[in-house]
Ligand binder design. Sequence first.
Ligand code: RB5
Length: 146
Amino acid sequence: MSREIVAIAADHGGYEMKELLKADLDGLGFDVLDLGTNNADSVDYPDFGHAIGEAIANSQARYGVAICGSGIGISIAANRHANVRAALCHDGLTAKLSRQHNNANVLALGARIIGIETARDAVSAFFTTDFEGGRHERRVDKIELT
Ligand code: RB5
């Protein structure tokens, strides 16, 4: 059976964390589509937020992980794309809730805000938690503008 694809992207602030988290995603059973950046040189976070957003909107990837210094800029850019629900999470609990209640499909992380072990907790929680549906489905359906 083919593995589901998780796109991952970061700016220079998130580059190092991106490199470390790729192994976690592989260990969780996903194929990783790395959309850059590919070194620590300064780049613009919207380019990478849009890359993740396009990958989800075009069904190139089922989920995404987006990382910048704060996680704010890259999540704002990713969320401009149809059907993208990027959730800026700070730990395992926020990552778990973003799946259970919001059916988030992109996990956004701030590499200058949380450490790698907390980021690993968030990745693990995000990718092992299902959407609860029910009353949350109605609310999630109201997010998308038609
Ligand atoms: C880059 O210095 C920084 O602004 C970026 O990584 C991010 O925090 C933006 O929201």
